[in-house]
Write a protein that binds this ligand. Structure first.
Ligand SMILES: NC(=O)c1ccc[n+]([C@@H]2O[C@H](COP(=O)([O-])OP(=O)(O)OC[C@H]3O[C@@H](n4cnc5c(N)ncnc54)[C@H](O)[C@@H]3O)[C@@H](O)[C@H]2O)c1
Ligand SMILES: [Zn+2]
Length: 366
């Protein structure tokens, strides 16, 4: 059991790493749920796997009453209709301002449950119990919550920090390999943007990562949470720009996801290709031995982890056009997070559109 404190000035909280669903103690959980009515929110894949154990965990921590509500798994559920059902479940479970919501699942469950908690009765606490690698290293930490509209992804949302995050890496053993690789793309991203030592550590552990070695995941998830927490504490509401480094590879990646209707690539696959486009672009702008080294090692590590490096069947012009619709990219002029070397990236504005196009073309096959 390890605890990582996230020292936000208004809403500090702990991330507890423990085999919670196998009965290991979760320090501090009873302070969050003890004597309270809990709404346990999960999806149709995760609830049958871990729902009962999670409910038992909450009861063991002294929850007054635990009601479970489940919606169909997948991004397609991240909409207003599901939110309305969650509100109804909360009312049905008798939750008042003294209640608490608990998100058991991946990023979709976390984002929806978090937004539901942010808005229900003007805001009640929630606890995150993330079960995908992506949720454990990224979405469960940082307080961004929200849902999709027919007009676009994540168009509705709120900042609402969890009261506690409980990470049990044993849940990763049931994750399909593609979902695991999806989270690994974010893990590689952390190495490139802020931790060269982590990057080398990952390079030396490809086999145990692919074999789902629990000890390796305990360490990697802890390290990534610590990195994300550092960024979030520096820039909780994405106001100073420091949080923007998390967007490395994402402007390219979001364009790939959007163009393919969020069906062809997982998020991690899209950003793996996007990180390749970003380093290629950085080399076109100002080449250096450090960037050549980054390009070679990033490609090798992503490929070894089962992630794609190139896109196929998409027009580079359409990718560039889709990027322009990204609100983080185009604010009068374009803004991209580009690397200098492994462990260091920066925000670059006003890049020549022809160079961006060339970088995209370099990673596109007919
Ligand atoms: N709030 C943030 O800061 C933030 C950051 C990144 C991504 N997100 C959001 O997160 C979502 C993606 O999250 P995700 O990749 O976790 O997707 P997800 O929640 O859809 O989970 C992926 C799939 O894995 C299944 N699953 C989850 N845990 C499992 C387990 N332990 N064993 C077997 N199957 C399991 C789910 O049922 C689902 O089918 C997107 O909606 C994205 O916008 C939010
Ligand atoms: Zn991401």
């Amino acid at each position: 059991m390890t605890t990582l404190h996230v020292p936000l000035s208004q809403t500090p909280y702990d991330i507890v790493f423990t085999a919670a669903l196998a009965g290991e103690a979760v320090p501090g959980l009873s302070a969050q749920v003890g004597g309270k009515d809990c709404l346990l929110i999960s999806d149709s894949t995760v609830a049958p796997l871990y729902g009962e154990r999670a409910a038992a965990l909450l009861q063991g921590a002294g929850a007054a009453r635990v009601t479970t509500t489940v919606f169909p798994a997948g991004e397609a559920s991240k909409h207003l209709g599901t939110l309305a059902e969650l509100y109804a479940a909360a009312v049905g479970a008798g939750l008042d301002r003294g209640g608490v919501m608990v998100a058991l699942g991946g990023g979709v469950v976390g984002d929806l449950a978090g937004f539901c908690a942010a808005s229900y009765m003007r805001g009640i606490p929630y606890v995150q119990l993330p079960t995908t690698l992506l949720a454990q290293v990224d979405s469960a930490v940082g307080g961004k919550t929200g849902l999709d509209l027919p007009q676009g992804k994540n168009l509705v949302g709120a900042f609402h920090q969890p009261a506690q995050v409980v990470v049990d890496v044993a849940t990763l053993c049931t994750l399909p390999p593609r979902q695991l690789a999806c989270g690994l793309a974010e893990v590689v991203k952390y190495g490139v943007i802020m931790d060269a030592e982590l990057f080398s550590w990952l390079e030396a552990r490809v086999a145990p990562l692919l074999a789902l070695d629990e000890a390796v995941y305990r360490e990697v998830v802890y390290r990534c949470c610590a990195l994300k927490a550092r960024v979030v504490v520096a820039d909780e509401r994405e106001l100073t720009g420091q949080r923007a480094i998390l967007n490395y590879g994402h402007t390219f990646g979001h364009a790939l996801e959007q163009l393919t209707g969020y069906a062809r690539y997982t998020h991690g696959e899209a950003i793996a290709i996007g990180m390749g486009m970003a380093v290629d672009l950085a080399r076109r702008l100002a080449d250096s031995p450090a960037l050549a080294d980054l390009q070679r090692r990033q490609d090798a590590l992503l490929a070894a982890l089962g992630l794609p490096l190139r896109a196929a069947g998409l027009a580079p012009a359409a990718i560039q056009q889709a990027m322009r619709q990204d609100k983080k990219y185009q604010q009068g002029r374009n803004r991209l997070i580009l690397p200098d070397r492994i462990g260091l990236v920066r925000l670059v504005k006003d890049t020549d559109e022809a160079l961006i196009r060339a970088a995209i073309e370099g990673r596109c096959d007919p």
